[in-house]
Design a binder for this molecule. Structure first.
Ligand SMILES: Nc1ncnc2c1ncn2[C@@H]1O[C@H](COP(=O)(O)OP(=O)(O)OP(=O)(O)O)[C@@H](O)[C@H]1O
Length: 256
């Protein structure tokens, strides 16, 4: 891992270069059975370098299962996962993180008794990045510089979520996986996280985001994948997805 400034990434965003279409993550016929239930059903899914891809779908569609297969918390029943040209299938979660994959789960996984800065130091122990520089930049980026010495237990829900995104950011991942990053947040907190994601994206980070909050999806993503009953139901720009009657019936009808 390099000690580069986190604001100066080696791989520029698609937005900045205007046309990189390299596939970063790909699943091939990925399947997960839980007994008689097929939660993820032969899914061919890909994320292109430089994009913010949102994964939506009704409750029980298989979104979290797909994410957990990608992170390695679950093993597939069948199929393969490729990331940055490497076959991840069968690789342990911590080794996947070393390939440039980082994840932030739905509920904050911060260390309540540690300060904000100490929390950010935990993932940095895995790397040879310049701790002082990365800490200062990450604190500023997640807008918690003023609270660097405050215990995580004292933070609001939104601040904890930003801190956990910050912990993932310290690893300078190529692909960030976020599971419902704005669940339970106020409108203002949601806007802050949207801004944080967009700014990380502008610096070249690729995102795969599972989210129910359609206003948030509209703010951050161009391309959306709709999962239904373990299968890809639709993929396309957010405007098309929102205008699609069949999608509205299976999903947006609940939230529109
Ligand atoms: N460990 C498990 N054991 C058995 N069944 C499971 C397990 N995990 C998930 N499932 C089932 O797999 C299906 C897909 O669940 P999953 O949590 O992936 O859906 P989701 O799209 O993330 O839903 P939500 O939006 O409610 O979080 C559901 O029917 C769920 O009950």
């Amino acid at each position: 891992m390099s000690t580069q400034d986190i604001n100066v990434r080696q791989k520029p965003a698609v937005a900045a270069t205007g046309g990189n279409t390299e596939t970063l993550l790909a699943t091939k016929a990925l399947t997960k059975n839980f007994g008689g239930l097929t939660a993820v059903d032969s899914v061919d899914f890909s994320v292109t370098e430089g994009e913010i891809r949102c994964l939506i779908g009704p409750n029980g569609a298989g979104k979290s299962t797909l994410l957990e297969l990608i992170t390695g918390q679950l093993s597939p029943s069948e199929g393969d996962i490729y990331f940055d040209g490497e076959d991840l299938t069968g690789m342990e979660t911590h080794n996947r993180i070393d390939t440039g994959l980082s994840v932030k789960f739905q509920s904050p996984h911060v260390y309540e008794n540690l300060t904000v800065e100490e929390n950010l130091q935990v993932p940095l122990q895995r790397t040879d990045r310049d701790t002082e520089t990365v800490l200062a930049e990450t604190l500023e980026r997640i807008d918690l510089t003023e609270k660097a010495d405050v215990r995580a237990s004292e933070l609001s829900h939104g601040e904890k979520q930003r801190l956990e995104i910050g912990m993932a950011v310290t690893l300078d991942p190529t692909l960030m996986l976020l599971d419902e990053p704005v669940a339970g947040m106020s409108v203002d907190e949601t806007a802050d996280v949207a801004e944080l994601i967009r700014s990380l994206h502008d610096d070249g980070m690729t995102f795969l985001v599972v989210e129910h909050d359609m206003e948030f999806v509209r703010r951050i993503s161009d391309q959306v994948t709709v999962l239904n009953q373990g299968e890809i139901f639709r993929q396309g720009p957010i405007e098309e997805i929102e205008a699609d009657e069949a999608v509205r019936r299976i999903y947006l009808g609940e939230n529109a």
